[in-house]
Design a protein around this ligand. Structure first.
Ligand SMILES: [Zn+2]
Length: 189
């Protein structure tokens, strides 16, 4: 079946889903990499196409059936790709105020107070990059005190070494923290 376009137009949904997780009125399925890491959240129809193209296996169904004249397919809730897919760079979590504050618990990484700014650990003026390992949440006071200096130069200590969040943190953001309970074993939040 590889390479050919596969239409779902011949399929109709039969039976009632045990439960379905909706976003914007569309029933969604969770796609896992071959390594079982969550990869994306897609409309159920898209997940079904992956299965019909033999690119993914259904791990969890939602209780409904998709029927065509020829076959009946359980409606997927969680599918797993047969081949490992390397996650492209663009799909990694962006470094911005919301995501960094979330990683750092909205706390200044120098003094523990409520964070108000993003701080470049190695300042941009010294060649510091806008990356997960060089950006932390900071309060205005520490941010100002530090200025264009490194923490050592400014006499400040970092609470922890800044790291890239786990690759599946985006799932929690994509689904706003709520998801089909059937996904729980596969989604760490
Ligand atoms: Zn501070």
């Amino acid at each position: 079946m590889s390479g050919q376009q596969l239409s779902l137009s011949g399929f109709i949904l039969a039976g009632r889903a045990r439960r379905r997780w909706y976003d914007s009125g569309v029933s969604r399925a969770l796609v896992l990499n071959a390594s079982l890491e969550p990869l994306s959240v897609v409309p159920v129809r898209r997940a079904l196409v992956l299965v019909l193209r033999e690119r993914a296996d259904v791990l969890v169904t939602n209780g409904a059936l998709w029927r065509s004249e020829a076959v009946a397919m359980p409606s997927p809730s969680v599918v797993r790709l047969k081949r490992y897919v390397r996650v492209p760079y663009e799909r990694r979590i962006p470094v911005n105020r919301r995501t960094v504050f979330q990683r750092d618990g909205h706390r200044c990484q120098y003094c523990g107070r409520q964070a108000e700014n993003l701080d470049h650990v190695v300042p941009r003026s010294q060649g510091g990059e806008h990356t997960w390992t060089n950006v932390v949440a900071a309060c205005r006071r520490c941010n100002t005190k530090k200025g264009g200096r490194t923490p050592i130069e400014a006499g400040l200590d970092l609470a922890s070494v800044p790291r890239q969040p786990r690759s599946d943190s985006w799932v929690a953001a994509a689904i706003n923290g709520s998801f089909d309970p059937d996904w729980a074993p596969y989604v760490r939040t």
